[in-house]
Design a protein around this ligand. Structure first.
Ligand code: ZN
Length: 222
């Protein structure tokens, strides 16, 4: 027994360095490798949400370059890219004339509803419109059943989400994704918040993180 114990200890002694190497490997801060089952969701990067738009979001234009960098990564990994858009009728419930909180924005087929000119979406992009009837709220992209259907068809498990606005459409899309048990990565360097109240964006990021979303920046993507 003593010999067996000693032998076991000797084996453990030999394994310990490997244990530390493995642990270091798994703890490597934030390195995420894209793989099959991943998808990028670009939320509402539309002209009306840029600084000159009808519902301007400060910094909306500043994220386009990094959103493009994410698009590039997903394209080179042959992974699907979704782009959501507000696509409202003229009498949409969210407009002030109907008692809603917002000015008229992203009316279907209008200039303002177009994707930002600098946004480099591939031909293969899957466009998901939302808020396209007077009553459909249109904050969460999951309101359009097309999104879930296409994610299911492609066996997607992990969603990488960026876009505008952190505190509305990004927040509600991410919260629905978490409810549906997707693993969600929030692309923190490619978000712009409406900040109707100054801390709304920060608070929304906290809510998403508390709900299980992992915050990620481009440099953490392997
Ligand atoms: Zn809207």
């Amino acid at each position: 027994m003593a010999n067996l114990g000693a032998g076991f200890t000797a084996v453990l002694d030999r394994l310990i360095p490997y244990f530390f190497i493995l642990r270091r490997f798994f703890n490597q801060k934030g390195v995420i490798r894209l793989k099959q089952g991943d998808a990028l969701i670009v939320v509402d990067v539309q002209k009306d949400f840029l600084p000159d738009g009808a519902l301007a979001v400060a910094g909306g234009d500043k994220i386009i370059q990094v959103v493009n960098a994410y698009i590039e990564r997903f394209m080179s990994s042959h992974l699907p890219i979704f782009a959501t858009r507000d696509w409202h009728p003229r009498q949409h419930r969210s407009f002030a004339a109907q008692g809603g909180p917002w000015p008229v924005h992203c009316v279907a087929d209008s200039k303002g509803a177009e994707f930002a000119s600098g946004l480099l979406l591939p031909d293969t992009v899957i466009v998901v419109s939302k808020g396209d009837t007077a009553e459909a709220e249109g904050y969460s992209a999951f309101e359009n059943p097309k999104l879930k259907r296409r994610l299911d068809n492609a066996s997607i498990q992990r969603l990488f989400v960026c876009g505008i606005a952190t505190d509305y459409c990004v927040l509600q899309t991410v919260q629905d994704a978490l409810k549906l048990d997707y693993r969600v990565f929030l692309l923190q360097d490619a978000l712009a918040a409406a900040n109707v109240h100054p801390q709304d964006g920060v608070e929304a990021e906290r809510l998403m993180a508390d709900g299980g979303a992992r915050l990620l920046t481009l440099d953490e993507l392997a």
